[in-house]
Design a protein around this ligand. Sequence first.
Ligand code: IMP
Length: 193
Amino acid sequence: MIKELVFVTNNAHKVEEVAHAVGNRFKILSLKDLGFEKEIEETGTTFKENASIKTQRIYQQYNLDCFADDSGLEIAALNGDPGVFSARYAGEHGNHQANIECVLEQMEDITDRKAQFKTVISLIWKGREHWFEGVVTGTIRTEISGNSGFGYDPIFQPDGYPVTFAEMPLSEKNKISHRGKAMAQLITFLQQQ
Ligand code: IMP
């Protein structure tokens, strides 16, 4: 029997990727498929809290199995910032170039360049919540490099690679990325159901 599972996101590209990865035992529905058009405010102080806020909201209204992800960049020398503010670090939501400039400016005189990307997924499955986490460690470059990807990709160099995320093909980034690792755990869990 095909099971329906809601991905609490408005990003059609993310839905497509997961739908492809879970195969034909699951039908992945998006918020658009549910006709849910409201904004879910991410008021949490951690990725885990924000992921849970999204799944709890949808579960309360629709009583459907669902999952949500929340990610961001954590820089050691900035005490974990931008963290949950990654998308709006420079003020305006989703202005990636301004966010990058803001990080580079703050790190101008800082030699400790250690950073990590983290993703937390909350899954509500048969009324119980489960979490999956993925991390990729690396360093913040002093200048941008590369033009694929999104967000902080042009300044993030993953450990063990001579290039930034923005200089890697997406298929390679997905194998080592925070999101890729968390999604792989989610998919393993679902395949065992
Ligand atoms: P989201 O929770 O996946 O929407 O990620 C929030 C923000 O974190 C994004 O808007 C980006 O600024 C940053 N971010 C998350 N994942 C990545 C990534 O893989 N590359 C670059 N930036 C990312």
